[in-house]
Design a binder for this molecule. Sequence first.
Ligand SMILES: [Fe+2]
Length: 447
Amino acid sequence: MTIQHSPGSDRAETERLRGRIADALDRARRRTIGLTECVDEAELVEQHSRLMSPLVWDLAHIGNQEELWLVRDVGGREPVRQDIDHLYDAFQHARADRPALPLLDPAQARDYVGSVRDKVWDVLEHSPLRGNDLVQDGFAFGMIAQHEQQHDETMLATHQLRSGEAVLSAPPAPGARVAVSGEVVLPAGEFIMGTDSDPWALDNERPAHPVWVDAFAIDAAPITNEQYLAFVDDGGYERAELWSERGWAHRVAAGLTAPQFWEQDSGGHWWRRVFGTMQPLRAHQPVVHVCWFEAEAYANWAGKRLPTEAEWEKAARFDPATGRSRRYPWGDIDPSEALANLGQHHLEPADIGAYPAGASPAGVHQLIGDVWEWTASGFEAYPGFRAFPYREYSEVFFGGDYRVLRGGSFGADQVACRGTFRNWDHPIRRQIFSGFRLARDLRSDER
Ligand SMILES: [Fe+2]
């Protein structure tokens, strides 16, 4: 029997999709406003770190990308501010150079993003949300909501870097609900990596393709502050033999002695600066703000290694009962506060064991949320990759000096976090909310 869709049910489906798009755009904008209204004008235009843009640049850039894709491209409308396109093109100006540009001031930037968004509501109302790849299932709208949320996470990292009084607040992340430790073994076999079916998945997550993964063991949880501190206390930062040649050169040149934002008091106790407040190191919280080279050195010290990207995704998505790949470790339903620490509901990772309902079928915990997890893998195209909707989204980064991070952090919104979602950064970067877990090959007696 074939199911006939009536025009009425199609209309209802399209209206539901419009509602989902409006929710995603609205949630992103509320967050953007929250991150830019809590500091004064001087702080908005100031550069808090050479690694970051002034917050006012991110703000207007969010509006500019929304104008380019949704107002002009999808909507076919007249430009709002074509004259400023070049100022907000991330490829034309490095972050360090952005403060010197003749940027919109905070009031102008707010007006601009507001007038773009007003036009977008009209475009959304009139778009059929089908008929070409760009609007099919609301893709372009989903892409723009993800883009805004990714910049919100970047702005959150800028807030972590700024000095001065705390301006953000949120309840502490939850403690453990169950005890989680040790490793989980995943047997050898093929699984489907990437996706063809997630409508808002970006080009680099596509297409779905089979990947053979040898048997491996992966940590049931990310490495904690307590575990990482044992590496620090064991002289991890002084022992060149634990580091790769590049990693050691960076360790020395950058003067690394502990994760970023860690401070030791005269009594030998460790503290962490978290968005302007000093907090005692939380022992069972995943370590955050470590670079790839630090993760690599820790892995050498522990006699293990970082998981490959395929291993990470298999641990996060493979369902041994059905053999299919899920959207998330817990299944196909969207994340919620019971399943994962996402969406800036907290300003820190949660303790290990805080999200038992979010674990994978094999018992791997906290793959989604808390901290971005470094993998061993460089950023490469999947077989059959097709750049969409533009080469600059992913393709120009393939093969560069990047490592892939997976799983999202407490500062990532669910619209920009899936079992297939790929993030990438230079191996020296640690202002991002990055941590890691370890993996290893099985010994012959374990196979
Ligand atoms: Fe951007």
